[in-house]
Design a protein around this ligand. Structure first.
Ligand SMILES: [Mg+2]
Length: 106
């Protein structure tokens, strides 16, 4: 079993559950995604405007934090990350058919 296959249960097992409602957990997912996206962006801000050090390990850790909250939202909606990827690809192919066609042209 791959890490991504184990991840939904991993997230569920690392979530405090006592007394929290679906709405509270979804709020946690939404606020967590916003917060972690901010940390991801902050890494780039520091690189570009402060000390010029781009710590890729730290950036990947922030992406992992984003993944955790994304998986939490998926668990609450009873969809998989694979489902989300498929839906997103279908949406983008419909929305940007010319770009997709050009992208495949290489
Ligand atoms: Mg973080």
């Amino acid at each position: 079993m791959t890490s991504i296959e184990q991840y939904p249960e991993f997230v569920n097992s690392h979530l405090y559950k006592d007394g929290t409602t679906w709405e509270e957990r979804m709020t946690l997912a939404a606020l967590g995604l916003c917060g972690e996206a901010g940390e991801f962006a902050d890494s780039l801000k520091k690189y570009l405007f402060q000390h010029g050090d781009y710590n890729e390990k730290h950036v990947v850790e922030e992406l992992g934090d984003i993944l955790w909250y994304l998986q939490l939202a998926c668990n609450l909606l009873r969809v998989s990350l694979d489902d989300v990827a498929e839906i997103n690809m279908a949406k983008l192919k419909e929305r940007y058919p010319i770009v997709m066609a050009l992208g495949e042209k290489k």
